[in-house]
Write a protein of this length. Structure first.
Lengths: 373, 298
């Protein structure tokens, strides 16, 4: 897919626009500048001798000399002080159904004011939003949208929450954190959509100000993380455990890619681990892969593969297992794990019926875990 | 098969005590270097053996290190002058790097070059990156349109320095500045990423010449400038083989480190392994024993 074509078709990236590679040379009309970057001191880093720093936001722990940027491309050492370049710089801003994130047990039927900045601290070869996640902030257009304005815009749009999504919010941590604080002042909740590649201390701090986290667990094998994510599995699992042990709502998405992470044994290992370490009530979404970015040679995930994965996870004891990116599939719905009553009927991002009353099944009174209002 | 030749030209006094360049000596360095490299009898003839008058030449410099540790404007403009002397139109020469900010910080005066050499960054409006993603091996990147669409011939006019992750940054790694996401390729000592980026046709098919600006060499704690580990070397390194030229640059850094009692990059676990990968990909010669090094005084 060509870049412009991507920009036309990418769902959910809203304001995202790539750097315009327009007609060349003879049509140059002005010098561009890169000054429209924020210079807000970053959190979670150590100053080292000789103007070096070590970033401790994510497991990469990048050690950087003066003028260097981290792997994320959006945090820079300038003369021994580490700065975030994307504070208050939104490259995407949309009002989305919360189901699009997806969150199925968190404020269903509401909308989330969804923002992103450039950058990511992993490099998934199947990234759906590489146009904003795998670029530096100078390379895309962004708007000044400080945290207080994010909250105000969300309130005006009638959203129940602010979502930090599309790219990787860990790399715009300070922006996300402050927007969540501003949102709370206005009675808005915050939902984070992340790969979970974050160190423990910043995660624990973040969990104090947000209400829900969806972790994209890319696989349950380090080998996959090495080759297709360029990251580490263990810190992601640690993050899931930390979130599960907190009061913040957790959901997990697993994008099933044919031949790469769809081994039934891997799915079962993951399901058992989630049940043991995070609990059987954590919703797990098996999402359908579409050829994208650097993996275009594989077909979309067969629906039968998703159904088998869901069945395996249910057999292993997980109670809320969903199928994603397949509109109309029965696996989109929530049923009571006790009496099997249909509780929430969905079609893609729409809620067609929600029978949950006071967080319980109206038939058998089983508690359905989640944040329902 | 003849060994690839790398020419190391030293000119004592080319930098005065203030760090300014003696442009007469600099021109002599170019003459010695290009003549020795090509066997030509003059600078113009030598340049003419590498570039055609009809070429559009992109001179990729490295300006991330600020004024003290970037390709010097005099060195870049000296090469542009040599190209002009060989019949390449001034308007067809573009000195460039990633951003206009870094170019200005390094002392360059930006110019669209309506009447002379162009100097500007990829972030200039109307420039930018390709629409089409280049995806091969471990690389998924957009190339600067300067490299892929403007240039018919390309020079890596890089600063030579130690690099905490890559080991050495020189001519090949300089092309990281020609892609939109170099931050993604610093794992594993940049290996094999440096070689794989260079192997892309946008670079490999256009690259004609490497020149390493080793006037001041950061031999430790690079790529940032640290005065205590920066040596006044007053040297330019010329090569047609990109791998061999960088291999010679690496040895220069090792000698400077050794002279200061520092461990070698190999001992430090930072040898630039991407050179070996580049050799195995057929991009050039990494083995010092298989490289002809010609040393010149200018």
């Amino acid at each position: 897919m060509k870049r412009r074509q991507f920009l036309r078709t990418a769902a959910g990236t809203g304001l995202a626009l790539g750097a315009q590679a327009g007609p060349f040379l003879e049509e140059l009309y002005a010098f561009g500048e890169t000054s429209n970057l924020s210079m807000v001191e970053a959190r979670f880093y150590k100053k080292l001798p000789d103007r070096e720093i070590e970033c401790n936001l994510c497991p990469r722990n990048c050690r950087l000399g003066d003028k260097e940027r981290g792997y994320c491309g959006v945090r820079e050492n300038r003369d021994g002080t580490y700065y975030t370049l994307v504070y208050g710089k939104a490259c995407s801003a949309n009002v989305d159904p919360i189901e699009k994130k997806p969150f199925f047990h968190f404020l269903p039927g509401t909308t989330a004011f969804s923002i992103a900045s450039a950058g990511c601290n992993v490099n998934c070869k199947f990234c759906q939003n590489w146009e904003i996640s795998q670029v530096r902030p100078e390379q895309i257009r962004h708007v000044d949208l400080p945290p207080a304005q994010v909250a105000e815009a969300a309130r005006r749009a009638g959203c129940a929450s602010i979502a930090y999504t599309y790219s990787e919010p860990v790399v715009f941590y300070e922006y996300m954190y402050d927007a969540a604080v501003e949102g709370r002042r206005l009675g808005l909740r915050s939902a984070v959509v992340t790969a979970g590649h974050i160190n423990s201390e910043p995660l624990r701090e973040l969990l104090k100000v947000v209400d829900a986290v969806k972790v994209d667990l890319k696989a349950f094998r380090q080998d996959f993380y090495t080759h297709y994510v360029r990251g580490e599995l263990k810190p992601v699992l640690d993050a899931i455990k930390t979130i599960a042990a907190s009061k913040v709502w957790l959901e997990i998405v697993y994008l099933v890619i044919p031949s790469l992470n769809d081994d039934p044994a891997e799915i079962r290992d993951m399901a058992r681990w989630i049940k043991t370490e995070a609990g059987p009530d954590v919703p797990v979404h098996f999402s359908r892969f579409q050829p994208m970015y650097l993996i275009k040679n594989l077909p979309p995930t067969p629906v039968s593969t998703l159904e088998k994965a869901r069945a395996a996870a249910l057999e292993e004891g997980l109670r809320y297992v969903y199928i994603g990116n397949v509109p109309g599939q029965q696996g989109e719905n929530t049923t009571c794990p006790n009496c099997r009553r249909l509780l929430v009927e969905r079609y893609a991002f729409d809620i067609r019926g929600n029978e949950i009353k006071d967080g319980r099944c109206p038939s058998c009174r089983t508690v359905i875990p989640g944040v329902w209002g | 098969m003849a060994k690839p030749k790398v020419v190391v030209v030293k000119a004592r006094g080319v930098l005065n005590n203030s760090g300014d360049i003696d442009e007469t000596r600099l021109l002599r360095m170019y003459e010695r270097g290009i003549r020795a490299l090509t066997g030509a009898s003059s600078l113009a003839e030598g340049i003419g053996r590498i570039f055609a008058p009809a070429d559009r030449v992109g001179i990729k410099i490295n300006t991330i290190g600020g004024r003290k540790l970037s390709t010097r404007p005099e060195v870049a403009l000296g090469l542009a002058g040599a190209l002009k002397g060989a019949g390449v139109s001034e308007k067809s020469v573009l000195i460039w790097d990633r951003t206009n900010r870094e170019l200005k910080d390094a002392g360059y005066s930006l110019s669209l070059g309506a009447s002379g050499t162009k100097i500007y960054g990829t972030d200039t409006d109307g420039s930018g990156y390709d629409d089409e993603l280049y995806a091969r091996g471990n690389i998924g990147s957009l190339f600067a349109s300067i490299q892929s669409r403007f240039a018919t011939a390309s020079v890596s006019l890089a600063i030579l320095k130690d690099h905490g992750l890559a080991g050495v940054t020189a001519g090949m790694k300089n092309y990281f500045g020609a892609i939109h996401n170099p931050n993604k390729y610093h794992d594993a000592h940049c290996d094999p990423f440096v070689a794989e980026v260079f192997a892309a046709p946008q670079i490999k098919d256009r690259h004609r010449l490497t020149v390493l600006d080793a006037m001041v060499v950061q031999f430790h704690r690079g790529p940032s400038y640290h005065a205590r580990w920066a040596a006044k070397s007053e040297t330019l390194v010329f090569g047609l083989d990109p791998v061999a030229t960088d291999a010679v640059g690496w040895r220069m850094i090792e000698r400077l480190r050794g002279a200061q009692g520092l461990p070698s990059l190999t001992e430090d676990g930072r040898e630039p392994r991407y050179l070996q990968s580049a050799e195995s990909m057929g991009l050039g010669e990494a083995d010092s024993a298989a490289i002809e090094v010609v040393e010149e005084e200018a």
